[in-house]
Design a protein around this ligand. Structure first.
Ligand SMILES: *Cc1c(COP(=O)(O)O)cnc(C)c1O
Length: 435
């Protein structure tokens, strides 16, 4: 049989010739941007390999510990690789850290004591942290343990409110939290340079204040990480960027030895800390996922920019736009109607390698005040380094999407989403031709 042409391959996956061409045109204009992303991936790939070499990663590291997990060399070596990559004294990288929220909760609870105050300087933290902190009353929250909370919002232009931060810091301020990614907000994501400036500002006021950065979705997007600029703890999820799509679960905390030890005493138990916690077979996936992470993140970034370009051309509001600098892998597209948001998510789902035949439906979810639609055809449940999208069914009907283990898949997913909008008559074919 004569092999299919590229056009036929896309047709087989449900992409019309018109949409494919529209995508090609957009992609051609992104070449320079993509090259820059490849350079960052190259830099970060070297950073990860150098760390693995320095830490003498060996085949033995892929064996697993059981029981208490004493002397689990794979786990211990992995943690020292993370410490090298992030340039910190220590790291806690475990499957026993169940997700990003858990990693943040362990880092906070391990390092705060009754009477201390936690100050968020990037505005309202990620939704799930509201219950960790006790902003929304919750059993076991920091508030229940007598840790108070204060927050300074970012300024209108997305910058830190330095005057407000100075005024909010008092003798009880123990820990300052900075969230790098916008999460489900419309503010811009903070660059590492801006975070570095804020850390320096806080440390100048009181050097003993601990600074924690929620680094979710930011890892390997830039050449430096917040940990390079004095963050005492930098925290994230392994089913996002640093797991490279292979980590089956887990979270990480990197930082000063003191902070990491205190977090470990909280995660396992006082006295035991990092010494226990069997790796239970995940070591190789953690190593190999970290090894792949820089290029996986590059693919996801290209996908985000491609989507911004495509949907931007069609007149939809996109945050960030195709030209802006990027500091995380999240892309928001506002559809303005429930039909648009639903069609988009269904297109993303239809392009997935897993569960492509199911059509996502909007549904009520705990913690949300409106129905939510989610598209995820992932190998790892809930993994958002894999191509995934979701959005609440309320104005402005924005889809937040991220990931893509390969650029090629991200591209297909975005084209398929556009096809889905065109099939519903939400995007008109003439607009595609003009674009
Ligand atoms: C995803 C995320 C979290 C929480 O991570 P989970 O793994 O979903 O618990 C926290 N903060 C930010 C900014 C995130 O993007």
């Amino acid at each position: 049989m004569k092999p299919f042409s590229m056009e036929q391959m896309y047709q087989e996956l449900g992409i019309s010739e018109q949409i494919r061409r529209f995508g090609e045109k957009a992609e051609a204009q992104l070449r320079e941007r993509f090259e820059e992303i490849q350079k960052t991936a190259e830099y970060n790939q070297l950073k990860v390999i150098a760390a693995m070499q320095k830490c003498r990663v060996s085949a033995e590291c892929f064996q697993t510990g059981t029981g208490y997990g004493y002397n689990d060399i794979g786990r211990d070596t992995l943690e020292s690789v993370y410490a090298h990559v992030f340039h910190t004294e220590a790291a806690l990288v475990r499957a026993q850290i169940t997700c990003g929220t858990h990693a943040l909760a362990v880092a906070l609870a391990g390092n705060l004591r009754p009477g201390d105050e936690l100050l968020s300087i990037s505005g309202k933290p990620y939704d799930t942290l509201e219950e960790v902190i006790g902003i929304r009353p919750s059993a076991g929250s920091l508030a229940e343990y007598g840790v108070t909370y204060r927050q300074t919002d970012l300024l209108e232009d997305g910058n830190f409110d330095y005057g407000g931060i100075r005024a909010a810091i008092n003798e009880r301020t123990k820990l300052v939290e900075i969230q790098r990614s916008k999460g489900y907000q419309t503010r811009p994501t903070l660059s590492v340079a801006k975070i570095a400036e804020a850390i320096a500002f806080v440390k100048k006021i009181r050097p003993d204040i601990l600074v924690l950065v929620d680094n979710c979705y930011g890892e390997f997007v830039e050449r430096a990480e917040p940990s390079d600029f004095g963050a005492d703890m930098t925290v994230g999820s392994l089913i996002k960027n640093p797991g490279g799509g292979l980590a089956p679960a887990g979270g990480y905390i990197v930082g000063s030895k003191e902070c990491i030890d205190r977090a470990a005493y909280r995660l396992t138990s006082p006295g035991l800390g990092r010494e226990v916690g069997a790796s239970l077979g995940v070591n190789r996936d953690f190593f190999q996922g970290l090894f792949l992470a820089p290029t996986v993140v590059a693919g996801a970034l290209k996908g985000a920019i491609f989507a911004a370009s495509l949907y931007g051309r069609l007149g939809f509001a996109v945050v960030p736009d195709a030209e802006e600098s990027r500091h995380d892998i999240i892309q928001a597209v506002e559809f303005g109607t429930p039909e648009g948001l639903i069609a988009f998510c269904r297109g993303i789902q239809a392009a997935a390698p897993v569960d492509s035949y199911v059509a996502p439906e909007p549904w009520a979810m705990p913690g949300y005040d409106s129905d939510v639609i989610m598209a995820a055809g992932a190998f790892i449940q809930g993994s958002s380094i894999e191509l995934s999208a979701d959005g609440p069914l309320k104005p402005p009907y924005a889809a937040y999407f991220q990931g893509g283990l390969t650029w090629e898949h991200a591209k297909l997913g975005i084209l398929r989403s556009l096809q889905s909008l065109a099939d519903q008559g939400i995007v008109r074919m003439e607009e595609l031709c003009e674009g």
